[in-house]
Structures are given as C-alpha cells and as structure tokens.
Design a protein around this ligand. Structure first.
Ligand code: IVH
Length: 706
C-alpha cells in the first residue's frame, strides 16, 4: 500500500485542518502531498475521505497560491493534470521495448499445452513445476508510460507495437496515474510501464447517459469510449470520461548509469508490488500467484464464471511466467512473448439477420430506430431487437435490411450491432430509409427536425400522440411523480380509451369508469386513487422533471426547484437568470423558456394546478446546508433489505442530512451498505467486494443521531 494506516489518518486530519485555514506558500508542498493523497484515495483505493466539495476547496487554495506565485508551481502539482498549455500532439515515438501482443488459449487443454511449451522452451526437465501469475486481461486501450527522475514524462499509445503516438497530456489528466512516483527509492532512474486505460462499467453508463442528454452519439461499449478518450485532442475530455489506467507490467527499468534493474526486481509479482507501493492502480485481489498450472487453470475458470460481477470489462485472463530470468530464457516471437498467454473467455458475439427497422417516438419526440432481428442466443439471453440509436449509427455501419449482422453483448452493456457482414451480401438487401415525417401520426405529415449538434431527429408537434402517451408514461413513473401502481400498461389502456390525453388528466380521472373496466376492482381503484392524491403533494423538483422538458433531468429539477418559491415564477426567467444557477447551461435554459412560452403548455400547467397538484416550493425542495463535520460527509451509502424503524425514503433522507450520498447499486464505489432484514444479493455482493462497510439499521441510526 502506498500509505500506511497511520499515514492515512495523519493526512486526513491535516486535510480537515487545512480546510479551516487560509494557506501560504509555506504550505504549498504539504498541500500537494495532501491532494495527491486524496487523488489516490478516490481513484486508486476507491475510498474517498473528503467530499467533492471539500476536495475542491483544497484544490482552490492550491490554484490561488499558484496564481499568486507562479514561480512555485511544481510539475507534479495536481493543477498540472489539465494544464491548458500542454496538449498531446500524437506524434510518433518509439517504445523503449516493443509492446508485444499475446497468444490465445480457450480451455484447460490449451493452458496445459502452454505449460508444456514453457518447460520445453526453458530447457527444463519434463514435469518441472512452473510458477505463474494470473491477472485480468483488461479490455481497453493499452498505453506505455515513462517515468524519469520520479516524474511522469511521457505516455504513448500502443501504435504498431514498436512505435506509438505520444499522448502525455491525456495520461496526465487521468488522476489514477501518479504524476510523481518514488521509483528512486528502488534505485530506478528511468522506467517504462505498461498499462490498460479503461472505463468502469457504471461510469460508462453515466457517460453515455450524459451524452444522450446532450444529444451526442453514444459509445457502443466501454472499450470504444476509453480508446477514443486516449486519442482525444482535449485532455479535459479524457478526464471527463472517467478513464482510469491499470498498470500491469514494468517493461523496462534502469538506474542512473543506465544499468538494467529488471533482474534486481526478479519476478513479475514483485514488480506489481512495487507499482502498488508507489500508488499505481493494479489488479489487486484479481491477481494471483499460482503454484502450478492446475491452480492457474482453476483461477482462470473461476474468473470466467464471475466476470460479470467485476466492475471493469475484461475479456479474459493473462497468464505470465513469474520469474524474469525464466521469461528471458523462454523468449518471444516477433508477435508475442512465449512466457505469457491470454486465456480468452467465451465469445459474446453472434451473427443473425436484420429483418426490419421500427421507429419509436420518445417523450420529447426523438425518433429511435430499432432493428428487428431473427432471434439469436447471446451469452445466455435471446435477442430479437436492438437499438440503432440514430440515423448516423446506421449510416456509419452502412446497415441494410436483409444484412447478416454481428451482434455483441459485453458485460452489463446492452447488446448492439458491431457491423454488417458485407461478404455475405447477395444483392437482395434493401437500404434503410430513415423517415422524414413523424411515423406516429403520418396523417398530419409532421416534418421531423434535427437541430444542430443533436444526433436525433425529432417530431416538433406538441400534439404528437406518441409523445403525449410517452409523456404520461414518464410522468407517472417511479423516476418522475412516482405514482405507485400506475404502470405503463394502465396508461396505455386509459390513453386508448381517451381517459388520458395529457398529464393533467391523471389528476381528474373518472374512477367510476375505471371501476367498470375488466381487471379493476374497488380495492385496486382505491389504491390508485390514493397514490395519485399522494403524488399531488410531491416536491416541485419532481414535478419539473416530470414535465418532459428536453434535457431537464432529475438534477436540473432539483437545482431549479431550490431557486423558486412557485413553479410559475420560472415563466419570468430569462437566459441570464437560468445560467446564474450553477450547472444550468444555455441549452436547457432555452428549452425551459420555450416550454413556458407555448400557450398550450401554460394551459396544461393551469389545469394541473386546478386539479390540486402542488406548485409551491416544499421543505424538500429548499437547498440543504450540509455541515462539513456531519458524520457521513463524502460517503456513498445504499440501503437494502427491510428496515424496521423507518421507511427506505426516510432512511435516505437521514443519510443525506448526515452528508452522505445515496447511490443505487453495489460497486467498489460504495462506502456503506445498511443491511436490513432479509438482505440478499446486494449484501452478498458488497461483502465480496471487501471494502464496503456493512452496517445494521441500529448502527446507522446511532451514527446519524450522534
Ligand atoms: S501483458 C508482454 N497483461 O492485452 C506481455 N496485457 O493482447 C504483453 N492487456 O496489448 C501484455 N490486460 O494492452 C498484459 N494484465 C495484462 C493485460 C494486458 C490487458 C492487453 C495489453 C496488450 C494486449 C495483448
């Protein structure tokens, strides 16, 4: 570990003290040490001790000192991660030693054969037992990073293996890579490391959600997002995509006189231990030193079974002979080392026929093309349709109806079409013609529009029936007004019967009519009525979100709700007033302004008010002030199982008031899991991660009440 427990404690205490002081240049070195520590806690150790807000405060102090005294700026200052004057220019640079590829194996027989060939190539006696190290084969973009004099001086992509493209600025922007690492304490002056840059699966989902909101094209999978992010001209973008680098190998190391240091290190597991000690992100628990080939095989197979649970995309394991001198004896081909091999997991790709395209209209009118496929089994599920996202996605892949297409399902990521198999075309394929008028109501000939910078075509008609339906479905959903028991199929049924024409109708349903419908009884209607009455009292943050204003998500709903005492106050806001709110940009501002300009929308809002929906700011809407000393500041928390003393919502509010952030899934990002009665898979998963603090309901209450 880079920092001992006592060091961590001391650095945390010092940080809290620094937060209360105005710092001077005398504190500069210590401040860099603290910020580097917090980068490590957050990006490498996955256990942040400061809230984002507190980190920003320390960082602002650093920036202030550097602005006032530019001469003190150190190259390893965290401010230099995205320094504006440094840009990767992607010129070609030679690697210090070639970046080879790996041979492949797929089963136990292949690995036994590999073990035999290792023994043969090292001229060992038949039956000699060889020690291996096994670690995940990270599925991202490979990079080579050079440290000289303990400083990160150059990074490059793999390129053709002998030469890569320089991308130092982008590497520096990744906070998981230390800008300074004390290789000198191992007598190493210059070193070339090998690593894989990768995006954690849950972060990838968020990156795509954000892109979808901004109308940008989605990344097909984490690998594409990561490799693209390495090669972007803007290092800020590399940082924004949350790309992290696992370092898995020391490829080259020399001392001040240029003498080799690799033989001093001796073994691969020792090299990785050095990297861990110096603060790099390594495979950690996912790596194992195996006594012999059978243990190696067992470990590979165990990982194949649990690959989905790992927070990162991996396409196999890598098996390496541990001993460097043995590696040297065995040697390499021009393509791959003969002392290492990849154990590839079963493919998650299949081919099938694209038989048609349907067009779905979303709640803000965006048209999503969906490919209909001949059903095909893929990693345990049958797939018969996949999203094609937008027109550009279809064009980029030159997809045609009748094509045989390659479909991939990677990890938790939804399946997608990789490409059309052009060789299999017989000329009968038909082009896909994207509609120009809204497919939901062709009789109105509503011409689709595509705004600049957006990837989606949209139907601009406020009366578009598909949009009206989708808006109601969204309005009542868990994400928006959260009307319990008002499922999609009920909305569809009521819409078809004309009971619902827009969202205001939700609040003046004729319950007598519903009671007469098949499948409804006194009890279920009463329940529905109760849930609707309850929703009328929702905070306005939910109401704002539930209106389906383009780009107005949950977060923007909260931000706006905190600013107004009544929803209709927004009617008078201009762009400047909107963008005064931190994190609200001009695009969203104009969407909201346009919404309030449309007389039909004002009529709709009036009806909602008339039917009793709350339009006034509630206690929950008002901005909360979290005390920096609150017991759970900076922690992420999740509740699972049945709580005895309070409801789930109440517990979440208590946690928030204590400074914690509620998150919805178990990953290495989670700090605290509160396990109520009958906690199931989430508790299991959190326990397996090993770093999540598990609390009982009583423990939790004791902490927040303190
Ligand atoms: S070792 C000399 N270890 O896989 C040995 N590679 O197919 C070469 N990769 O280009 C690589 N995780 O980018 C090694 N734990 C790991 C790896 C790994 C991912 C990538 C690497 C390499 C490719 C080879």
């Amino acid at each position: 570990m880079k920092y001992s427990a006592s060091e961590q404690k001391a650095l945390t205490t010092q940080s809290k003290n620094y937060l209360k002081q105005s710092l001077t240049t005398q504190d500069y070195d210590a401040l860099i040490k603290l910020l580097s520590f917090h980068e490590w806690k957050y990006y490498v150790d996955n256990k942040p001790v400061l809230s984002d807000f507190e980190y920003d405060q320390l960082f602002d102090q650093l920036k202030r000192l550097e602005n006032e005294h530019p001469d003190i700026i150190r190259p390893d200052s965290p401010s230099q991660r995205v320094a504006s004057d440094l840009k990767s220019d992607f010129h070609t640079v030679p690697h210090l030693i070639p970046m080879l590829s790996l041979g492949n194996s797929y089963n136990a027989d292949d690995l036994n054969d590999f073990n035999d060939s290792v023994i043969k190539n090292a001229f060992l006696d038949a039956g000699t037992i060889v020690e291996y190290v096994v670690e995940p084969k990270f599925d991202g973009g490979s990079i080579a990073i050079i440290y000289e004099n303990d400083l990160l001086t150059r990074a490059a992509t793999r390129g053709n293996g002998t030469q890569g493209e320089e991308m130092t600025a982008n590497a520096k922007a990744m906070a998981s890579l230390p800008l300074k690492a004390a290789f000198s304490s191992y007598g190493i002056h210059k070193v070339e490391l090998r690593g894989e840059s990768i995006i954690r699966k849950d972060i990838f989902e968020k990156v795509n959600e954000k892109r979808a909101k901004n109308g940008e094209t989605l990344f097909a999978n984490p690998r594409n997002a990561a490799t693209g992010g390495l090669r972007t001209k803007d290092a800020n973008e590399t940082a924004a995509r949350g790309i992290q680098t696992f370092v898995f190998q020391i490829g080259y190391a020399v001392d001040k006189d240029g003498n080799d240091k690799m033989s001093d290190i001796g073994q691969h597991d020792k090299a990785v231990e050095i990297l861990l000690n110096l603060g790099f992100k390594t495979a950690g628990e996912a790596q194992k030193k195996c006594k012999n080939i059978q243990e190696t095989i067992d470990f590979c197979q165990a990982w194949e079974a649990k690959r989905e649970d790992y927070p990162y995309e991996i396409d196999g394991m890598v098996v390496k002979v541990n001993d460097f001198s043995l590696q040297d004896k065995i040697g390499s081909t021009a393509h791959h080392p003969k002392w290492a091999i990849a154990y590839k997991f079963a493919a998650k790709q299949a081919t099938t026929k694209l038989i048609g395209v349907e067009y779905q209209v979303g709640k803000v009118g965006s048209i999503t093309p969906v490919a209909k496929l001949e059903p095909v089994a893929l990693a345990g599920v049958t797939i018969s349709s996949v999203s094609l996202h937008n027109e550009d996605f279809i064009k980029e892949r030159d997809l045609k109806i009748g094509d045989t297409v390659l479909v991939e399902r990677a990890g938790d990521v939804i399946p997608y079409i990789v490409k059309a198999m052009e060789d299999l075309r017989d000329g009968s394929e038909e082009p896909i013609t994207f509609p120009r008028i809204c497919p939901a109501h062709p009789e109105d000939a509503s011409v689709l529009v595509r705004e600049e910078g957006e990837s989606a075509w949209r139907c601009p008609d406020v009366d578009c029936p598909a949009q009206r339906l989708q808006k109601i479905i969204f309005h009542v959903s868990k994400d928006a007004m959260d009307i319990d028991g008002f499922g999609k199929s009920n909305v569809e049924k009521f819409f078809e019967l004309g009971y619902l024409q827009d969202i205001s109708d939700v609040y003046h349903l004729d319950y007598q009519k519903i009671l007469a419908l098949e499948g409804f009884g006194e009890k279920s209607v009463e329940k529905l009525k109760k849930a609707i009455e309850l929703a009328k009292q929702n905070p306005i943050s939910k109401l704002l979100h539930s209106l389906s204003i383009h780009h107005l998500g949950k977060k923007a709903g909260k931000l706006l709700a905190a600013e107004v005492s009544h929803v209709m106050d927004l009617q008078t806001w201009d762009e400047d007033r909107f963008t005064e709110v931190k994190e609200i940009g001009p695009v969203l501002a104009n969407n909201v302004m346009q919404f309030f300009k449309e007389p039909k929308n004002i009529e709709l809002l009036n009806r909602l008010q008339q039917y009793g929906v709350n339009f006034a700011q509630t206690e929950e809407d008002r901005p909360k002030v979290v005390d920096a000393n609150a017991p759970l500041v900076g922690k992420t928390i999740l509740f699972t199982g049945t709580l005895q003393q309070m409801g789930r919502k109440e517990a979440q509010q208590l946690a928030e008031a204590a400074g914690a952030k509620n998150i919805s899934s178990v990953s290495s990002n989670l700090n605290i899991l509160v396990a109520g009665e009958k906690a199931g898979s989430k508790l299991k998963k959190a326990t397996a991660i090993g770093t999540v603090e598990i609390l009982s309901e009583e423990d939790f209450l004791a902490i927040v009440r303190n």
